[in-house]
Ligand binder design. Structure first.
Ligand code: NZQ
Ligand code: ZN
Length: 391
């Protein structure tokens, strides 16, 4: 196991009615001028907005709002939020939503501490400066997917240059995150499925890593993966199954609170392939991952056979029997692909409306790292995209 330092200060408050019962008390630790950030309006339809506003009022806060944070949040929205923070001397930000609202909030919080002459996108994304200082912020989570509620990273899209990039920093951990599984009941079915794909994909990025040793987190990943597969299936069957929704909500947080990748060189190339797709065509993150993850695993199979054989055995319970090592490893990838289809996620780029002619540009723009199992060229990335264009 490689050496590591792990520090995660985010306080988690979990359970039915936790927001109603504890948000006002949590807010009392922070300043009075609060910016409430949220998305396109789902929280107004399902009543979460009302509950949050009551807590803010009970805590005696002066509230300002930034609404309309879009999925795959854009630089323009972050800049709008930074301007609001500066104009109103905001002390604390409360993000109510899924990964997009949280990520946008993280960079508003970081950007608000920069001088007016310094641009957040240039600094935190193009120059890769970690965010060392930010306004404090908290989260009320409404969607189980990204793990952003308990990590210090975020993803922002600059639509003009068609770049979707990741930023991070020690100041980007939420002060607290409140997770009420019943808040996820109103999610559209396809978003539940995309969330399940995303959390499984996070587990896989950390599992298919090096060194290929017997890191204790691999066993944890296998257990969490199986639990999410099981409870994901139950969640899709009955959207208001509290136990199932609780498990996938906490499972998503565990999948990317960064504890499961410790001691390893992690891969994350599937995420890079997906981010390039949504930077060009604004597709849901989980939809892109469902298409790309099996394709990427097939690509790295010759270098990762042993690891993928373990995946087939320990996660999917497949016995090798007379199969060759390659076929055995492939059987695990196929089981993953079948599961994604079962929960209703797409499996080809054509299904999500991406024109074939755009693939070379997308492949060129894809951020590529020399990863544990691959060192992709733009030509390789294009071959992977083409392999799942149409079946
Ligand atoms: O905007 P509203 O109206 O709220 O609707 C949202 C949105 O349309 C809706 N929704 C959320 N909670 C709901 C609900 N609808 C009804 N009832 C509820 N309770 O769901 C839609 C999707 O929301 P979004 O926040 O975009 O989804 P997700 O949580 O999957 O976040 C995706 C973003 O996170 C990034 C992705 O790239 C993408 O930009 N990621 C962030 C990561 C991180 N910070 O660690 C890691 C991930 O790998 C990922 O890249
Ligand atoms: Zn993801």
């Amino acid at each position: 196991m490689k050496s590591f330092i792990y520090h995660n200060p985010t306080k988690i408050v979990f359970g039915k009615d936790c927001v109603k019962e504890s948000l006002a008390a949590e807010l009392s630790h922070y300043g009075t001028r609060v910016l409430l950030t949220y998305g396109g309006g789902s929280i107004k339809k399902n009543g979460i907005y009302h509950t949050v506003k009551e807590a803010l009022q009970q805590a005696g806060k002066e509230v300002f709002e930034l609404s309309g944070i879009m999925s795959n949040p854009r630089t323009t929205k972050v800049r709008e939020g930074i301007a609001l923070c500066k104009e109103h001397n905001i002390d604390f930000i409360l993000a109510v939503g899924g990964g997009s609202v949280i990520d946008c909030t993280k960079f508003i919080a970081g950007g608000a501490t920069l001088p007016d002459t310094v641009d957040f996108w240039q600094t935190f994304f193009l120059d890769h400066q970690p965010v060392m200082e930010a306004l404090p912020f908290g989260v009320v989570l409404t969607m189980a997917a990204t793990g952003s509620e308990m990590n210090n990273g975020g993803v922002i899209t600059d639509w003009e240059t068609q770049k979707k990039l990741s930023g991070y920093g020690p100041a980007l951990f939420p002060q607290f995150s409140m997770l009420d599984p019943t808040y996820t009941y109103t999610l559209p079915r396809e978003q539940v499925a995309y969330g399940i794909v995303d959390m499984l994909s996070h587990l896989l990025e950390q599992y298919v890593s090096t060194p290929d040793d017997d890191n204790v987190t691999d066993s944890a990943i296998e257990g969490i993966f199986k639990n999410i597969v099981r409870n994901g299936r139950k969640s899709m069957e009955y959207l208001e199954d509290y136990e199932a929704r609780s498990n996938i909500m906490w499972g998503a947080t565990l999948a990317l609170n960064r504890s499961l990748g410790l001691g390893k060189d992690q891969d994350w190339m599937t995420h890079a392939l997906e981010h390039a797709l949504s930077a060009f065509y604004d597709i849901p993150h989980g939809a892109g991952l469902a298409i790309m993850h099996p394709a990427y695993l097939r690509w790295i199979l010759p270098n990762a056979t042993a690891r993928l054989m373990r995946f087939a055995k320990e996660v999917w319970g497949i016995e090798q029997g007379t199969m060759s090592d390659t076929d055995y490893a492939l059987a695990g990838i196929e089981a993953l692909e079948t599961y994604f289809k079962e929960i209703g996620a797409p499996s080809t780029l054509e299904e999500v409306g991406i024109p074939k002619g755009s693939l070379p540009d997308i492949a060129d723009s894809c951020v590529r790292y020399p990863t544990a199992y691959s060192n992709l060229t733009p030509k390789d990335a294009l071959a992977i995209y083409e392999s799942v264009y149409k079946k």
